[in-house]
Design a protein around this ligand. Structure first.
Ligand code: G4F
Length: 328
């Protein structure tokens, strides 16, 4: 069972689980649109959709419905990936962020606690819990000092997962994920915004790219690696928390460089700064130490920043070229 199955991570994890012969269930929000582009390939596979992949309507705060679905489906593993995940937006909508990212997790834990057959539980936590840490790289023992509403909500959820593991004996784990990107990344996150713009500018369809602060450094990995690690976490003999990261910090300027180089352009000719995208407070330098995941899960990140940027730009160029072909 996955929450957030329609997102970047959910769609990769669903594919990986199906390839491992799982029956996969996903909770989805009921909205007026049924467009779920990241799952398109699976929907159109008649051997998969409604045979080994099933979707159920439930909002994260609808505990009655979620309980009913879990009682009916009796999952062995529950991956909790859903929530408001945009850090910048969390300053605009702190209550919604805490409601879904923080309380949504607690509500799920409460339901699982009462089940006779308890699934193994994985919560996707975030490096945002470390805020402006005093040590680099950060590991599972680093103090949590969040500085954004999203980071505060994730800190609450991460600690609740630990509490339910320690006090109520749940098999509950935190995947403490550093930034992980892909061709399926949401378009408002900085990497995808950059790769989409680099593609559009190279095709003569965009002139400028407006961004906020370029000072932050991030540890950027490739999303399918991270979902693979999540699965490995639930196959361990006991529950635990793991940092998932590449161990390399790069600046936003480095990512711009890599993305624009992929189309033989110089980003400095196109990028403008716009106060609209500045945040009231920023985490500055997050970089993770994933040695525990390497030792216990046999996991390491496979893709470096340059390959990641190149792959995303190539995919954006293809998508934009196909779109113009379909609607001349
Ligand atoms: O791409 P971002 O929005 O990612 P951020 O804030 O690091 O959060 C992501 O990673 C976290 C893991 O550490 C996740 F927990 C979280 O859910 C999410 O997936 O921004 C990255 C950096 C920031 O410093 C931001 O200020 O890019 C800077 N930035 C500059 N211009 C921008 C922009 N970010 C966005 N989204 N849009 C801009 O125009």
């Amino acid at each position: 069972m996955l929450t957030g199955i329609t997102g970047q991570d959910g769609s990769y994890l669903a594919e990986q689980l199906l390839s491992r012969d799982y029956e996969v269930h996903g909770l989805v929000r009921r909205t007026s649109t049924t467009q779920r582009v990241r799952l398109d390939k699976l929907f159109h596979d008649s051997d998969v959709y409604n045979k080994r992949l099933f979707l159920h309507y439930a909002d994260l705060d609808d505990t009655t419905t979620i309980r009913r679905i879990l009682l009916k489906t009796e999952p062995d593993e529950l991956y909790h990936l859903a929530g408001q995940s945009h850090v910048g937006a969390s300053f605009e909508i702190p209550e919604t962020t805490c409601q879904f990212t923080g309380m949504g997790t607690l509500k799920l834990l409460e339901i699982v606690r009462d089940l006779a057959k308890q699934p193994r539980f994985l919560h996707i936590s975030s490096s945002e819990i470390f805020g402006r840490p005093q040590t680099a790289p950060q590991n599972e023992e680093t103090a949590m000092r969040p500085v954004t509403p999203y980071g505060v909500a994730k800190t609450f959820a991460t600690n609740m997962v630990r509490l339910y593991r320690d006090s109520f004996g749940l098999f509950a784990c935190n995947a403490i994920c550093y930034n992980h990107e892909s061709e399926r990344r949401g378009e408002s996150f900085v990497t995808r915004k950059i790769t989409k713009a680099a593609a559009a500018i190279s095709l003569g369809r965009q002139k400028k790219l407006k961004l906020g602060s370029l000072d932050g450094k991030r540890d950027w990995g490739y999303a399918p690696d991270y979902t693979d690690a999540m699965w490995r976490m639930l196959q361990q003999p006991g529950p635990d928390d793991y940092i998932l990261a590449t161990g390399f910090a790069h600046s936003i300027r480095d990512f711009l460089d890599a993305a624009f180089k992929a189309v033989n352009l110089d980003w400095q000719d196109y990028v403008e700064q716009d106060p609209k995208y500045m945040r009231p407070s920023e985490v500055t330098q997050l970089v993770g130490d994933a040695s525990k995941a390497k030792e216990k899960l046999g996991w390491t990140a496979t893709t470096n920043l340059h390959e990641l940027a190149k792959r995303m730009v190539r995919s954006d160029r293809e998508q934009q070229q196909n779109a113009s072909y379909l609607s001349p």
